[in-house]
Design a protein around this ligand. Structure first.
Ligand SMILES: [Zn+2]
Length: 588
């Protein structure tokens, strides 16, 4: 057994996760409010048997190691250490050595790749187009280009691959570093980044963990990132933090949207600008930032998507106990980069005028709606009361209630009343009653998957009603049209016939090919508590579900046969027509 397996065996994932999230038993699983995204109705599921978690809201999923990494903002070895100590498992230094050796290799490859791209940008003909992009279009100086080690990946299939091969790196390590990928057809390997300007992603210890490449033509996607590797974890990475970290110790961190925003800001002397990729800041990124400063300014585009992303980011930041202010760009600038280039003083004004989030909410809502009309007033109140209801400090709350009442000319008590009602609702949502119908509808949308999810948890005598009784009603793999589900069902029924009367999900899952394992784990985490609590209900749900599979199957089959009958009629093959008609009628 590897140390990892041993740790997993000794520790209960419910205990480990339960340390951070309050979990409630739900059928065979546990559920709670997801710690990774703001939610009021639990969609975060944990399976003790499988040792995994999954949030059906934000799709974060994994085992105990992944959980500790994500929630503590750690790399795998650190998470391993914490859990090994907790489990009392000794980690062989040989194992650590192997891990460290591999990481060292990946860093070397990243370092060489960065040098290679940087050289091409500055010294090679092929890089001219990239150089012109940075200098002419983005107004970067040579010094800035060197400081950020910007580069260019030319429009060739395997230039980097050949270069690294010459340096005696093996293709396996190149793939693990994310530098090259396997060709989608045929043999061979190609560079991951082609015809793109390159932004090396540098960690706070100055090591290069990955790359982002921006397409210069109509490459899709416009921005391409290194995928997750042993050394690159997107949800934990903050662009520019390597350069900002010293400044941040005694200043505010300014989060902007893009890599170029950060670079332009640094060139203009704003050394405290950093970026998550895009506007979706993660808990891990906030945790890391909070090691340097507790004061944040979010400076995102104020279009609709930007504002919504800001709400989410603020919610997460408040959870981390960070002080968040919002800086609003003057409307005539499309992003902060443009403002930096045109009006350096303007940037300072924007930052100085940044406001607490609730002022920002207020201003945004007032700008969007017409506060002089009754409908406008109603909309503003509807938008703001749920947001204000989150303010726990009474003095602060009173401040905003007063502001809003003055702006709208509405009595303060009316607004207070609405807010306290909202607070009461959200408090009661903490012990939520799931909207079963809604959830059921989501599951029922994929009837084949739903059938399997039910089977995995069904009491065995229920299963037998469907699977082991001879006759037309027997559930059969032919009713599954999706190949994955068909295969999963086949293996499930095989497993049961071998195990008679015993179904161990872990044992079942561990004997499946990896891709089927994933489906199984996901289906097992579906929250079927509403039926699992009640045998009769469960049976009924299975019957309905089975009937739907059958109906779909019969309908499809009938269409097929009708087609063939038409064909046979055209060919005047009466015998075949008779046979097919009989077959058609026998379907039920
Ligand atoms: Zn979530």
């Amino acid at each position: 057994m590897t140390p990892i397996e041993e740790i997993k065996q000794r520790l209960s994932i419910v205990d480990v996760v339960g340390h951070y999230v309050s979990l409630k038993k739900s059928g065979r699983n546990y559920k709670g409010l997801c710690p990774f995204h703001g939610e009021k109705t639990p969609s975060f599921m944990v399976s003790e048997e499988l040792g995994i978690f999954k949030c059906f809201g934000c799709n974060k999923a994994g085992d105990i190691f992944k959980f500790i990494q994500e929630i503590e903002g750690l790399e795998f070895p650190q998470a391993l250490k914490i859990l090994a100590d907790k489990a009392g498992v000794h980690i062989e230094s040989e194992y650590e050595d192997k891990f460290a050796k591999k990481k060292k290799l990946l860093f070397e490859i990243n370092h060489l790749s960065a040098e290679f791209y940087h050289y091409l940008l500055l010294r090679h003909n092929a890089g001219k187009i990239g150089y012109s992009y940075f200098v002419d279009k983005r107004n970067l100086t040579l010094k800035t280009i060197q400081e950020f080690k910007l580069g260019f990946a030319p429009n060739s299939w395997d230039l980097l691959f050949q270069y690294l091969s010459k340096k005696k790196y093996v293709v396996e390590d190149m793939i693990d570093a994310g530098a090259v990928v396997k060709k989608s057809t045929g043999d061979g390997y190609i560079d991951k980044f082609r015809n793109r300007v390159i932004f090396p992603l540098v960690e706070t210890d100055n090591k290069i963990v990955g790359f982002a490449g921006r397409g210069l033509g109509d490459e899709q996607p416009k921005y391409l990132n290194t995928s997750e590797t042993l050394v690159f974890h997107k949800s934990q990475f903050i662009y520019g933090l390597d350069k900002a970290k010293m400044t941040l110790k005694n200043s505010t961190a300014v989060f902007v949207e893009g890599y170029m925003d950060v670079i332009s800001a640094h060139q203009a002397g704003f050394k405290n600008f950093i970026a998550a990729s895009g506007t979706s800041i993660t808990q891990g990124q906030l945790k890391i930032t909070s090691r340097y400063t507790k004061d944040l300014i979010f400076c995102f585009d104020t279009d609709f998507a930007g504002v919504n992303a800001t709400y989410r980011a603020v919610e997460l930041a408040e959870k981390e106990g960070l002080n968040v202010k919002i800086a609003a760009l003057p409307g005539r600038y499309k992003d902060i980069d443009e403002l930096i280039k045109n009006d350096k003083k303007g940037v300072e004004d924007v930052l100085n005028n940044s406001v607490p989030v609730y002022d920002f909410y207020l201003a945004t809502s007032l700008k969007k709606n017409d506060k002089t009309s009754a409908i406008g007033k109603k909309k503003i109140v509807e938008e703001l009361t749920p947001l204000f209801s989150r303010i726990s400090n009474k003095v602060t709350l009173n401040h905003y209630v007063k502001l809003l009442s003055e702006e709208l000319g509405i009595d303060q008590t009316v607004i207070s009343d609405l807010i306290s009602r909202k607070t009461a609702i959200s408090a009661s949502e903490d012990s939520p009653t799931l909207d079963d119908d809604k959830i059921l509808n989501i599951y029922r949308k994929t009837p084949e998957a739903y059938m399997l999810a039910l089977l995995f948890k069904a009491p065995l005598d229920n299963i037998e009603t469907f699977m082991y009784v001879d006759g037309q009603n027997t559930l059969n793999e032919k009713y599954f049209s999706n190949d994955t589900y068909k295969e999963l069902y086949r293996r499930f029924s095989e497993f049961l016939s071998g195990e008679k009367g015993n179904f161990d999900i872990k044992y079942f899952s561990s004997n499946l090919p990896v891709e089927l394992q994933k489906f199984t784990e996901e289906l097992y985490l579906w929250d079927l508590d509403y039926v699992a609590k009640d045998d009769k209900l469960f049976k009924k749900e299975m019957e309905n579900s089975f009937q739907r599979l059958k109906d779909t199957y019969v309908k499809k089959k009938r269409q097929e046969i009708s087609q063939r009958i038409k064909q046979a009629e055209l060919e005047k093959n009466e015998k075949l027509v008779r046979e097919l008609t009989e077959e058609f009628n026998e379907l039920s």
